[in-house]
Design a binder for this molecule. Structure first.
Ligand code: ADP
Ligand code: ZN
Ligand code: ZN
Length: 669
């Protein structure tokens, strides 16, 4: 077979594949990494194919420069997955495929390369030998495990199970059955980004003692990532537990994908290629022809609708697995009747005291970090705004500084008002630091710990702090949504939600869905091992239907009401959206550009595709850069995809100087 020309993909914004002259002695194969000259340097590329002709004059083509190592090629299915992602998210194949490799495997090998590559292979994965009691499955679990284990080929399913219903146990049994059917099978278990539960990984390690369980998350050291990747690629690892990027891991004998907490927003990437790893997991399962299970206590409306309409099988688990563990009782406290003092209503205060006296733990949830979201001057009305963003600078008492959460700008809190000189500066509103301080004043004997992005960074790893909760060293845990995620706390019997009214009133149509989900999650931390758990929610709007569904533990009722509203308004999932975002120094120029683009769009418009008007983004300015957006919508994803392909090449042809990107299936705007 003539293979005089190698087609290579690289991490660069180039259309199509690059042609190079083959060097037959290298013995390159499709899916293999290679070294090629690009401009004035050499880069790592991936062989996408061979040919014996080129659109370019063959004598002008450059030669492939080499092969970095003897590592086996990436599979054809892997190439198809990355090519699909590139097409769907309007990127380039090489820009998806190459960055999906750990840095170690996309650098030109240095002199010590061979040595460090063997070292990578030698790395020991943590083994566990803690004893484990394997629970007998209850009827619900057993029926699900039996049914799912019989699925053949691509078969997506949604496991909707209330918090503590034993979803993880179901995952473990499905993994076990997969190994029974194929001892060499590989399994991908995806978890959200802020899943700080080493608990899960050790549970898997304990259950499958003779197997290598590799992990993958963005905060791991490069060396660790490289050895996890290689262990999966070379099939030494049987199970990979990883966050969103693991959807692109090389798993040549992949037989099952599980996506835990499938509704979680961290599956969506917010930079570079803006992919949704949950959606790609479904695509990957389809390409591989294998079953895929999405699990959640509060499924995304997209997945729930897919299940209702029969595209996914729907499994339900409505009871907690531990017999004595009832679902928590939820009480709403009307803040216009029981006025909060320092953020805490009197009924809440009594319950916290009770819980302390019983030697049990409480969680106080407040989705806002810092001390106060803004500082105000009482005499002239000055507010602490960031000079570079259209946002307030948040007061952090621990550092004594005003800090912008968008760009990181910060300054020492001035002693007097920068505008009028008055000393009457006042922090307004409440973040976790302030709430922590207020709790300390009210319950001086209690051991109080704050868990949010700030404290997790400062006091060391969040997982160590969570350990302190598990071991009972903490009486009251206050924190942002980090405390809500999946932790199996055994001693927590009270959960207090301080203030969710801003989210309840938000104009973002997805805010209610997210609020319901986070409240359900945080409520699910209470009463997991016997004692009746209790949840108190302080709000000015106790009559809102969202709280009624929450009280009745009725996700399905809530979801059906939301879906009805979305359908009436043709919102997702009853429409498909793409958001074109542009930025620049001058908001008028940015908006002008988007108007021009909209005109181009209208000229190539097809089917149900429609445009909104270009508008500045909610937070218009970040780091002195102005940002605006153009929302594009169609009745379904297929029509939108078809249009976007034509539309983007149309814009690219005009070679605008403006900075822009398109977010397909955006989660927020
Ligand atoms: P979820 O993932 O749905 O939140 P888990 O799988 O973590 O739930 O289960 C919650 C608790 O119930 C855990 O402590 C787990 O060990 C226990 N559990 C799960 N299944 C069973 C079962 N069949 N019998 C007894 N305990 C169980
Ligand atoms: Zn002032
Ligand atoms: Zn800023």
């Amino acid at each position: 077979m003539a293979q005089s020309i190698v087609k290579v993909i690289v991490d660069a914004p180039l259309r199509g594949q690059l042609d190079y002259k083959n060097v037959p002695e290298l013995g390159l194969r499709v899916g293999e990494r290679c070294i090629v000259p690009l401009g004035r340097r050499n880069v790592i590329g991936i062989v996408a194919g061979f040919s014996d002709s080129s659109e370019w004059p063959v004598n002008k083509l450059r030669k492939v420069a080499g092969r970095p190592d003897e590592i086996a090629p990436l599979s054809e299915n892997w190439m198809r997955l990355t090519a699909f992602a590139a097409r769907y998210y309007l990127s380039r194949h090489g820009m998806v495929a190459v960055p999906a490799l750990p840095k170690f495997f996309r650098r030109i090998p240095g002199p010590n390369y061979a040595n460090s590559l063997s070292k990578l292979r030698d790395r020991k994965f943590k083994s566990n030998d803690a004893p484990e009691d394997i629970p007998l499955l209850n009827k619900e679990q057993e029926a699900i495990v039996d049914d799912f284990s019989q699925s053949k080929g691509f078969s997506p399913a949604l496991l909707f199970g209330v918090t503590g219903s034993g979803k993880t146990e179901v995952y473990l049994r499905l993994i076990e059955n997969t190994f029974k059917a194929d001892p060499k099978a590989q399994i991908l278990l995806m978890v959200p980004e802020i899943n700080l539960t080493p608990q899960l990984v050790s549970r898997i390690g304990n259950r499958f003692k003779d197997r290598v369980v590799a992990t993958w998350n963005s905060s791991m050291a490069e060396g660790q990532k490289a050895s996890s990747w290689l262990a999966c690629h070379e099939e030494r690892a049987s199970i990979l537990v990883g966050t969103r990027l693991s959807v692109f891991a090389s798993l040549p004998n992949l037989k099952l994908i599980i996506v835990d907490e499938e509704h979680d927003a961290s599956y969506k990437s917010h930079e570079g290629v803006r992919y949704n790893a949950r959606d790609l997991a479904l695509k990957r399962a389809q390409i591989e022809g294998i079953p895929v299970l999405l699990g959640s206590a509060t499924p995304s409306l997209e997945s729930y609708r897919n299940a209702l309409e029969g595209r996914f099988r729907l499994y339900k688990m409505k009871k907690r697995a531990v017999e004595s563990a009832e679902l928590p009782r939820i009480t709403l406290i009307d803040t216009s009747l029981d006025r909060p003092q320092n953020g805490i209503c009197s009924e809440t205060a009594e319950k916290i005291t009770d819980t302390l006296e019983k030697g049990r733990q409480s969680i106080v949830f407040l989705n806002r970090r810092g001390f106060a979201p803004v500082v105000e001057c009482k005499s002239c009305g000055w507010h602490s705004t960031c000079p570079h963003c259209s946002a307030y600078a948040v007061f952090h008492k621990t550092t004594g500084r005003l800090t912008c959460h968008y760009c990181g700008w910060s300054m020492k809190l001035p002693t007097s008002c920068p505008k009028c000189g008055s000393y009457e500066l006042q922090p307004v509103g409440r973040g976790t630091q302030r709430a922590e301080e207020e709790l300390e004043v009210k319950w001086p004997e209690a051991k109080i710990m704050r868990l949010d992005q700030d404290s997790a960074r400062r006091r060391g790893s969040a997982s160590r702090m969570l350990e302190a909760v598990h071991s009972g060293e903490v009486d009251i845990l206050i924190g942002t949504q980090i405390v809500a995620k999946g932790h199996d706390f055994k001693k927590v019997s009270l959960v207090v939600v301080l203030n969710t009214d801003p989210q309840l009133l938000s104009f973002d149509y997805r805010a209610r869905e997210r609020l319901f989900s986070v409240l359900m999650q945080v409520a699910g931390r209470a009463g997991r091992s016997g004692e009746q758990g209790e949840v108190l929610i302080q709000t000015k709007y106790p009559k809102d239907s969202l709280f009624r569904y929450l009280k009745d533990n009725d996700f399905e009722g809530f979801a059906q009401e939301e879906l009805k509203a979305r359908k009436t308004a043709s919102m997702t999932p009853y429409s498909a959206q793409a958001l074109m975002i542009s930025e620049g120094k001058d908001i008028r120029e940015v908006l002008d550009f988007l108007s021009q683009v909209k005109k181009i769009g209208l000229s190539v418009q097809t089917g149900s595709v429609r445009f909104y008007d270009p508008v500045p983004q909610t937070v218009q300015k970040v780091m002195d850069i102005e940002r605006a957006q153009l929302l594009i919508e169609a009745d379904n994803k297929m029509e939108l995809q078809r249009f976007l392909a034509v539309f983007t090449s149309e814009i690219e042809n005009r070679q605008f100087k403006n900075v822009w990107h398109i977010d397909v299936d955006p989660l927020s705007f």
